[in-house]
Design a protein around this ligand. Structure first.
Ligand SMILES: [Zn+2]
Length: 438
């Protein structure tokens, strides 16, 4: 059985977290460079210094603000004990300001709504956050109401750094080779392209970038982007009779034919969607961009087929309008690869159980760095951090959230050693997916 750390870390995970969230690291949409903002360097460089102080090896930072480090194994290794990676992103979402984050610790929470002190209109209510009922007696960490918190993903950063700290302080905790990676620009989707999988050196990895305690994900959307372009014919409106073909009507007709039960506003759980989200309207040429999302490739193909069928019908109804659809793949459901590596999820579930949690599987209605890495040869499920309400002023985490996530990582590295030795006799009953059970 794995051990818990007998000696505390040099710095508690909560103190680390409070220190990191105060460092501004917002990324920016539509930048052409990685990192998209210079601010991200500050935290990345701090982490390099701290990793060196904690005795990590090969600590380095790339020209794109990617931090890499390794921890050498303290047990004999073989093929059955591959290098395991842990990843978190340093940037925070551009959706809400992350400048001058002032974290507030609500000690020994006793229930009820939490009003954020510097903007009383910002309220974390029990009605909208029933998870608060599980946090009685915990120390809840919120913002002051004027910024996001940045638990996404400084909780991941702080728990991984505390793992490194704990392994140094507790050399009796057995582990194989470990790779540590901190990435930039996750929130704007461009950073991971600059992450060097070979340089990282892990055979498998976990992104520590999830939500509710116990939530483990090996599924993301399969995602495509359709651009539908409507060609009409422009003339002076004064002499347009019988000549003008206004593509705007075809665009309007097209969008209205998308079934209402197939859009983000009406879907949840495992149900995918079609989402027209931005476009331009002009007599001569109109266009609309549409997101296609589904957990199954067959479902995704059916959605693309639907868009093409609507195009044919719209063309019939609007003579003179030509419709073109361009579809490109964005990313794929990582389960297509992860299903061949079931031990990754099994080990994470077991680690969470040993930390006293009741783990469950939850598909991610989005993409992660891990979904891209998985298809680049680094199978990479996602693990909880204890955080809630990401990308919002109502974002929060808690002492227990951070401590239990760290504890899970400490068990996880030991479980890989147990399995390599062949004494992995723990029970691996598969927790059912909450969504699938609905
Ligand atoms: Zn994140």
């Amino acid at each position: 059985m794995s051990r818990i750390a007998a000696k505390p870390p040099r710095e508690s995970v909560v103190d680390r977290f409070l220190r990191y969230v105060r460092v501004e690291t917002q990324s920016k949409e539509e930048a052409s460079t990685v990192p998209s903002t210079p601010a991200q360097w500050t935290l990345a460089r701090m982490l390099v210094e701290e990793l060196r102080d904690l005795g990590a090896e090969n600590v380095r930072i790339s020209e794109h603000c990617m931090v890499y480090a390794t921890l050498p194994p303290n047990v004999p290794t073989n093929d059955r004990l591959p290098p395991i990676g842990f990843l978190a992103h340093v940037d925070t979402s551009p959706a809400v300001t992350g400048l001058n984050v002032n974290p507030i610790v609500h000690r020994n929470y006793q229930g009820g709504d939490i009003v954020l002190p510097n903007d009383p209109t910002q309220v974390i209510s029990v009605a909208q956050n029933p998870v608060l009922n599980d946090l009685i007696g915990d120390d809840i960490i919120t913002t002051d109401g004027t910024t996001l918190l940045g638990s996404d993903d400084k909780a991941g950063v702080a728990t991984i750094m505390t793992l490194v700290d704990l392994l140094r302080e507790n050399p009796d905790i057995e582990h194989g080779p470990i790779s540590i990676g901190f990435t930039a620009d996750e929130e704007v989707g461009i950073g991971i392209e600059k992450f060097d999988v070979a340089e990282f050196g892990a055979a498998y990895a976990y992104t520590i970038d999830g939500g509710t305690l116990g939530e483990i994900s090996d599924e993301t959307w399969s995602a495509r982007l359709a651009t539908v372009t409507f060609g009409g014919k422009s003339t002076h409106p004064g002499t347009a009779k019988g000549v003008m073909v206004n593509s705007i009507y075809a665009l309007a007709e097209y969008v209205l034919q998308i079934p209402r039960d197939m859009v983000p506003e009406t879907t949840e759980g495992r149900i995918g969607f079609v989402h027209p989200y931005i476009g331009t309207a002009d007599v001569e040429t109109s266009s609309i961009k549409i997101l296609l999302r589904d957990f199954e490739m067959t479902g995704l193909a059916a959605k693309e087929e639907l868009l093409r069928r609507i195009a044919v019908e719209t063309e019939k109804k609007y003579p003179g309008v030509s419709i073109r659809i361009d579809v490109k793949d964005n990313y794929k459901n990582m389960r297509e690869v992860l299903k061949d590596h079931p031990q990754l999820v099994e080990n994470a579930l077991e680690a969470a159980r040993r930390a006293g949690l009741d783990p469950f599987m939850e598909p991610i209605r989005g993409g992660t760095d891990g979904s891209k890495l998985t298809f680049r040869g680094l199978p990479c499920p996602n693990v909880f951090t204890g955080g809630h309400n990401f990308h919002s002023k109502l974002e929060f985490n808690s002492r227990r959230g951070l401590e239990k996530t760290t504890e899970t990582l400490v068990h996880l590295v030991q479980i890989f050693v147990e399995r390599a030795r062949g004494d992995g006799q723990f029970v691996t009953q598969h927790s059912s997916s909450r969504v699938a059970a609905d």
